[in-house]
Structures are given as C-alpha cells and as structure tokens.
Design a protein around this ligand. Structure first.
Ligand code: ZN
Length: 328
C-alpha cells in the first residue's frame, strides 16, 4: 500500500544572517514542519471501517453541472445529508475538496467521538495532508484536522458497494444535474482564469489591430492576432512590411533622392518581385492592381514564393547601387 503522508523530519536549522561566527544553535532556530499522522489521514482502503461515525464525501461533474456532497452514516443508517451545486466553470477536484471541507466542518461541530471521513478521491486527500497546498480549501482542511486529531480521513474505493459512498455519489450527481439547486460560490480554478484572461487579452489586441492605423500591410497578411510566432525571416519581414532597401521606402524617409528604380519605374517591393528588368530571375506572376492585397497574402502563405522573396531581398541588399538611378 502507498505510504500516505510522508512524515517530514524537522528541517536542518539554518543560520540567520549577520549572526556572527557559528555558535551552538538554540532550539528556537529549529523549524518543525507540521504534519498529520499516517493514522489520521491514510490512502489505504478504508472499506473495512465499520465502527464509529462515518462520513462519506463525493464530488461530481457532468455536462449539466458540478456538485459536491457528503452524508453521515451511523451504524447502518444515513442520518445526515449535505449537498451543493457549483459553477459549471469549477472543476470536479474543487467539488471533491469542498465536500471534504464541509464534512470536516460538520465533524468538528459534533461531540468528540470516533469518526472517519471516507473519500474516494486520492488527490483531495493528498492536498488536505499538505499544509503548504496551493489550494486554500485544502489548507483550511489541514488546519482543522491538525487541531482535531480524533477526526480521521481515509481513502475508499469508489463504486465498491459501500452504501455511504453510493449515497454521496448520488447526492453530488443530483446537485450537479439539478438547475436552481442552492449554489456555493467558489473561486474559479486558476486554469479557467488563465484561459479567460488570455481570451480577453487576445480580443483586446485583435480590436486594436483591426482598428489601428499602422501596420496595415501586415494586417492584410496576418489579420488574426496570435501568440504563436510567425517565423518570418528578416528578409521576408523587410519585403512584407515594405520597410526594406526599396527606393519607394528610402525616399519617404529621405534616405534616397528619388523613389524611382534605375529601370525607370517606381521601386516598390512588388516592382522587384514581378516586373523590374534587373530582377527577372526572382519574378513571380504580377497581380492586377486591385488584387494586390490578395497577391501579398498568397505569397506570404506559399513557401516557394517566400523562398523567392528571401533570395530577392538578399540580391537587392547585395547590389544596392544597381537599383539607384545614376545621379548624372
Ligand atoms: Zn526596376
């Protein structure tokens, strides 16, 4: 059987800073880690426990909802039932751990007696046994168990015919499936919040990208924002943004005397990729005037065309002077 909760040995005392030379350490420097004893919380099958009060917990998630429940078994009779519905955004783990907390709180409210809480979910037992769990409900359970050592928690095999376990399962499912069932608001799981914020952020970014004034050439090629890198080479970026060694661009920023290519036409990216007499080996079929955006998109999405663009830019950068009109 799996050893349930490792007994942590006291951690090695650490010297405080500025303590001066190493002296003998007083006991107050020793940090004792809290733990629950393996007899109090166990992952061994508690199916044979049939004395004392038994509380069975369960959580359930179906397409229609999430539910948590526990029931109390005295001898062979169910004497108390509790269940609640959670938001559909909550996880089944949250339901399991909430059910365990409610069961422990109920146990605390009862007169001290032999009492076992039986849980068919190992993950929630492990969390409850960890005083440093990231889950705040799990830490609450740990504190309650630590201060009430008569309350024991044990794993139990699900669907093994234990009437308490079957009843808790039924109650949790009923709460999950019943609309208008009393709900317990619970903080949403981190995974949900992360996804939610990412969607929000992307939507905001998308709106800014759609409504912006800058980068319209790129907006045509990449209309949808994404967190995935697009893997363009530097040369491809120069071409698709138009911010490269093109007279049309250089002239705009006073880096060239004219926007004309030495062949006599305006030196735009598309000029060099389709018609310039000096770059014939890199040519592709030219677009008709009104279809330029479509042409750019097709080129950007075709690996052969992009290879050509890459080589064209390499050539343009190597032979800059060839494309400048002779000043004389
Ligand atoms: Zn030209």
């Amino acid at each position: 059987m799996i050893s349930p909760v490792a007994l942590k040995s006291p951690s090695v005392p650490l010297r405080a800073r500025n303590e001066g030379p190493m002296t003998s350490l007083s006991p107050k420097n020793t940090v004792l880690e809290l733990h629950l004893s393996p007899t109090q919380i166990s992952l061994d099958d508690g199916g044979n426990i049939n004395t004392g009060l038994r509380i069975y917990t369960d959580g359930s998630k179906t397409e229609r909802g999430v539910g948590a429940a526990f029931c109390v078994l005295t001898d062979v009779n169910i004497t108390h039932r509790w269940s609640t519905r959670l938001s559909l955004r909550n996880t089944v783990f949250q339901a399991e751990i909430l059910a365990l907390l409610k069961a422990v709180e109920h146990a605390v409210s009862l007169p001290t007696q032999q009492l076992t809480i039986l849980v068919d979910n190992q993950a929630s037992i492990n969390s409850a046994a960890n005083p440093k769990s990231h889950n705040s409900i799990a830490r609450k359970i740990f504190k309650l168990l630590h201060s009430h050592p008569h309350i024991r928690v044990s794993w139990i095999k699900a669907h093994a015919g234990h009437i308490g376990n079957e009843e808790a399962d039924r109650l949790a499912k009923e709460a999950a499936e019943t609309e208008n069932f009393p709900e317990t608001p619970l903080e949403l799981p981190k995974s949900f919040i992360k996804t939610f914020l990412r969607h929000k952020m992307l939507a905001t970014w998308q709106m800014a990208w759609d409504d912006g004034d800058t980068g319209r050439l790129i907006h045509n090629l990449i209309p949808k924002v994404s967190l995935h890198p697009i893997n363009w080479t530097r040369n491809e970026v120069l071409f698709f943004t138009g911010h490269g060694p093109f007279p049309s661009f250089l002239h705009r920023f006073n880096l060239a005397e004219t926007s004309f290519c030495s062949c006599g036409e305006i030196g735009t990216p598309i000029h060099y990729a389709t018609v310039c007499l000096l770059t014939t080996s890199y040519h592709m079929a030219p677009p008709s005037q009104q279809h330029q955006p479509i042409w750019f998109r097709r080129v950007a999405n075709n690996s052969t065309s992009r290879r050509k663009i890459h080589n064209l830019l390499h050539f343009l950068q190597r032979e800059t002077s060839l494309f400048r009109p002779d000043p004389n």
